[in-house]
Design a protein. Structure first.
Length: 154
């Protein structure tokens, strides 16, 4: 992070807002000519500051009306069991994120579903049957106040 100057930070911030911005527009926005801007962008990619580019899809347009945060607990804390659980979690598309956490839960998942019936079926047929899971607790999102907007670029 210490290697980033003001222009690098401006490039990163602009890309978080619009990853499809053309190099010409990006260069104009950060106050560079196109060639130096392209070189900086390539360096930022190669040095790992930019992991990937992606589109942010509309959850509602795709029919996912429910967002739940699921607290998963294990009774037995064995490495092999946790590894199996994590592998299986990564293969389930409706699980948007999974974090191994401290506190009363072992994992927190962000899950989408079409509706409450769909969510209930997912819980019964998939989540509760995963390796190691002994208890689950759900917190349903009532309203999204702030969506993921990217990382702060100091």
């Amino acid at each position: 992070m210490n290697d980033l100057d003001k222009l690098d930070r401006a490039i990163l911030a602009a890309l978080q807002t619009d990853a499809r911005i053309s190099n010409a527009r990006l260069a104009e926005k950060v106050g560079l000519s196109e060639t130096p801007c392209a070189r900086r962008l390539k360096r930022l990619e190669q040095e790992g500051y930019i992991e990937r580019y992606r589109a942010v899809l509309s959850r509602r347009a795709l029919g996912y009306g429910v967002v739940a945060y699921v607290y998963v607990r294990f009774a037995v804390h064995e490495r092999a069991l946790a590894d199996r659980f994590e592998r299986e979690i990564c293969a389930i598309e409706r699980i948007l994120s999974c974090h191994n956490v401290s506190g009363t839960a072992d994992y927190i998942l962000q899950v989408v579903a079409r509706d409450l019936d769909d969510y209930g079926t997912f819980m019964r047929d998939q989540l509760r049957g995963l390796p190691g899971v002994t208890a689950v607790e759900s917190a349903m999102s009532l309203r999204e106040v702030k969506a993921e907007s990217g990382l702060p670029v100091p």
